[in-house]
Design a protein around this ligand. Structure first.
Ligand code: SAM
Length: 223
């Protein structure tokens, strides 16, 4: 086993930024596949991505015809990448556990992909997610499944001969449902993706080791 180094979330993603998009990461693959199935819903919409990372999703949303794109992230180095990947998007360095620098009801839609894992409590971020959506707006949330986090899995990446780890918080389904209900968000869809639900081009680790394990959870919520 490679020696592990533990960094805080911002430092870890600053360090991961250069290799993030190139790595063959099963969780990123899974979130990409789940987003692809929903991309059409974002066409013509004003969209915010909270924890937008390198901007790979903002670029996909732009190709899918999203009309306005806004993204925020904790990591300045991830945002530098996003600036190149999605030049038309407005990008802000911001912590999603704090009130978002956006007026109430500004967006038709929002995406949160693999970012809430790093947030200890869902209540405030969910309330802010709801606040920035217009009435009738929707959000797509893609997150590591609690079965994975509760069995000790979390975001990490190779860095030379070491592995970088960072804080990762399990959110049970009751945590999710309580936070979403308190935020007045209505759950319109919940999918638990297992390894076998992904196509033949999925990383072998995902299709084989996690064939029957809920790996990624997808929530669709409306305001
Ligand atoms: C696994 S990456 C996902 C990036 C992108 N959403 C994607 O799907 O590729 C998680 C991102 O969330 C960001 N993040 C984590 N905690 C955050 C926080 N409290 N506020 C803002 N961004 C945060 C990290 O900096 C990182 O860019």
């Amino acid at each position: 086993m490679k020696p592990r180094i533990f960094l805080d979330v911002e430092a870890a993603y600053d360090r991961w930024a250069d290799s993030y998009d190139a790595l063959d990461n099963p969780m990123v693959y899974a979130a990409t596949a789940a987003l692809e199935r929903q991309l059409e819903r974002f066409a013509g919409k004003s969209v915010a991505e909270l924890g937008c990372g390198t901007g790979r999703n903002l670029a996909a949303l732009s190709r899918a015809g999203a009309a306005v794109l806004w993204g925020c992230d904790l990591s300045a180095r991830m945002l530098e990448k996003a600036n190149h990947a999605a030049p038309g998007a407005t990008l802000v360095q911001h912590d999603i556990t704090r009130p978002l620098p956006v007026e109430t009801g500004r967006f038709d839609a929002a995406l949160v992909s693999l970012a809430y894992e790093h947030v200890a409590r869902l209540d405030e971020p969910a309330a802010e997610l709801a606040r920035i959506l217009r009435p009738g707006g929707f959000a797509l949330i893609l997150e590591i499944h609690p079965f994975m986090t509760l069995s000790g899995k979390g975001a990490h990446f190779p860095d030379g001969d070491r592995e970088i780890h960072m804080p990762s918080h399990p959110h049970s389904f009751s945590d999710w449902l309580t936070a979403l209900r308190h935020a007045d968000l209505t759950v319109t869809g919940c999918t638990e993706w297992r390894g076998r639900d992904f196509g033949p081009d999925a990383p072998p680790k995902l299709r084989e080791r996690y064939a029957d394990t809920p790996f990624l959870v997808e929530w669709v919520v409306s305001r």
